[in-house]
Design a protein around this ligand. Structure first.
Ligand SMILES: Cc1cc2nc3c(=O)[nH]c(=O)nc-3n(C[C@H](O)[C@H](O)[C@H](O)COP(=O)(O)O)c2cc1C
Length: 177
């Protein structure tokens, strides 16, 4: 059941030195291509990175929060044509979380690396650094990188008792529950 998967979903940043099988990569990518999108415009493009040198390069895309890409066997860079769609951020985010959930369903772990609004250095945007490294044309915006691999760390599932139920409001936004 998807709910059980969501309870055990955690961000995984340590990966085994083990390649992700081609069939699994294909399943993840096909799932991404089936994602819902506004007016069915599907503005995304995905760059599948398995090359170790490129993964090392991508690991430097942020001053912190991206180093684990170096130890990942696979990363999927989620981009979207921002000229083709005014809601590209929503489109790209939906696809990114689908990639993470399908990866988990296949026994893999993953973690999101934020790209938008982040910097590699004081002068250079993370997005521009990635575009240079992967030859991404200018009209495409880079939303995030999803690092994927076989988990080499164990993380506790979410505890239902500690969920922030106070964030849920019924009928009216109010403090009363
Ligand atoms: C929009 C977004 C941006 C994130 N950016 C990063 C990131 O740049 N680096 C990182 O290590 N984790 C990143 N994460 C993962 C979060 O840190 C993680 O989801 C959060 O700490 C909760 O932990 P959990 O996923 O294990 O439940 C991001 C997650 C989201 C949804």
């Amino acid at each position: 059941m998807l709910y059980d998967q969501l309870k055990t979903r955690r961000s995984i940043r340590k990966f085994k030195d083990q390649a992700v099988e081609q069939e699994k990569i294909e399943a993840i990518l096909k799932s991404a291509l089936m994602a819902p999108s506004s007016r069915g415009r599907r503005p995304w493009e995905f760059i599948v990175v398995t090359d170790n040198d490129l993964l090392s390069q991508l690991s430097l895309c942020r001053d912190h929060g991206s180093a684990f890409l170096r130890g990942a066997p696979l990363a999927i860079v989620v981009t979207a044509d921002k000229e083709a769609c005014d809601v590209w951020i929503e489109e790209a985010s939906i696809v990114a979380i689908l990639i993470q959930l399908v990866a988990q369903d296949l026994g893999l772990g993953s973690c999101w690396v934020q790209v938008r609004e982040r910097f590699q250095t004081e002068q250079k945007k993370t997005e521009d650094y990635i575009k240079d490294a992967l030859s991404i044309p200018n009209q495409y915006a880079v939303e995030c990188i999803i690092a994927i691999g076989y988990p080499d760390e164990l993380k506790k599932p979410h505890d239902e008792d500690t969920l922030l139920y106070e964030k849920i409001h019924f009928n009216q936004f109010s403090d009363q529950r």
